[in-house]
Design a protein around this ligand. Structure first.
Ligand code: BGC
Length: 348
């Protein structure tokens, strides 16, 4: 199926970066750059036949070299936060890169979002791009040489499927995700407040002032975190509720109901009919409503700001090494870490 490749510049150290367009010929196409494995554009045709780019992005490689906010990037080795940038594994304390005060966010100082990934377009019925990197033992302080592949596929049924795999030569921790900011009305359409979200989750993890889970797992019932029935993202985004006020919106981990590959969340844009279903076999998802997105010009001269996108980052619970009752992000030597998340588009 059609995959086109073009140059996307080179990094200051001279590494060449390419952009791949994966088009399923049925109205969904994804553009991915090898720097950070970044999902730069994701096109969906809306109910009026308008080609709509539903992810926020930047224009040039230079814009992405300092990708504040991790727009569209692959995140590793450890998505979300590690408290005090340290964890204990097999009796050893590992210190990892601190890049948010004393804490580590999204893999540390030089996370996977800043790597140039090797790319291979796969000759399959559905356009597919396999990205890979090898992260050396001790990189950013994490133990083990970690071999990672992430495969993006635009499926015949209009999903962007992301399959993550990793294997390490020592026991380690791994928590990979993608940090796409979605806006189903179009990346340049303003806030996502009116888009209607449903999350298959009855429990969320509240955060302390550093956006670090406190360890509690609380019921969503009667709180702004109750997305069990669909409601507009903006309905409670300014609620008089401490966990919302502290972060200027949602920046929280939701425990997904059930196990195995299942529907985790769905979102609908009534204006253009674009609906998105997120399926995953991960245990949790971070809902982040771009509370800290810097105002400014982005791709095509678009202006973004606070609440102009929502992220559904599938993950282990944040800072899970500090909480033994959370699902464990430990990857044993030689075992395979593997999961899939897909964002499927349906136009109504
Ligand atoms: C985090 C936010 C952070 C954002 C961008 C999200 O995954 O939960 O706290 O601001 O990423 O870095």
């Amino acid at each position: 199926m059609p995959i086109t490749k073009k140059d996307f510049g080179q990094t200051p150290s001279g590494e060449k970066v390419h952009a791949y367009l994966l088009d399923n010929g049925k109205g969904v196409a994804a553009e991915i750059i090898t720097y950070g494995g970044i999902l730069k554009n994701l096109y969906v045709i809306d109910r009026n036949g308008v080609k709509t780019d539903v992810v926020l992005g930047r224009e040039t490689l230079d814009d992405y070299l300092k990708n504040d906010g991790y727009l569209g990037a692959l995140i590793g080795r450890h998505a979300n936060r590690i408290s005090g940038s340290a964890f204990e594994l097999n009796g050893t304390v590992y210190k990892v890169g601190a890049n948010e005060g004393r804490n580590s966010l999204h893999g540390g100082i030089n996370g996977f979002d800043k790597k140039v990934w090797s790319a291979k377009a796969l000759d399959t019925d559905e356009p597919s791009l396999k990205l890979s990197i090898v992260s050396p033992d001790g990189e950013e302080g994490f133990p083990g040489t970690l071999s990672v592949t992430v495969t993006y596929t635009v499926t015949a049924d209009n999903a962007l499927k992301i399959s993550y795999k990793a294997v390490s030569d020592k026991d380690t921790v791994v928590n990979l995700t993608n940090h796409a900011y979605f806006n189903l009305a179009g990346h340049d359409s303003g806030t996502v407040d009116k888009q209607i979200l449903q999350i298959n989750s009855s429990f969320y993890t509240p955060n302390d002032s550093e956006c670090m889970p406190t360890g509690e797992v609380l019921s969503v019932a009667g709180t702004p975190f109750d997305f069990r029935a669909p409601k507009p993202i903006g309905q409670d985004i300014d609620a008089d509720f401490e966990q919302i006020e502290m972060f200027g919106g949602y920046d929280h981990n939701f425990a997904l109901t059930g196990r195995g590959y299942r529907l985790g969340a769905s979102v609908m844009c009534e204006e253009n009919g674009i609906c998105m279903e997120m399926c995953t076999d991960k245990s949790a998802v971070q809902l982040y409503t771009s509370n800290g997105l810097k105002e400014g010009k982005y791709k095509g001269g678009a202006k973004y700001g606070v609440h102009c996108g929502f992220c559904l980052e599938t993950q282990y619970f944040p800072n899970a090494m500090a909480h033994s009752h959370y699902p464990s992000p430990i990857l044993k030597k030689g075992e395979e870490y593997s999961f899939t998340t897909a964002y499927k588009f349906i136009v109504k």
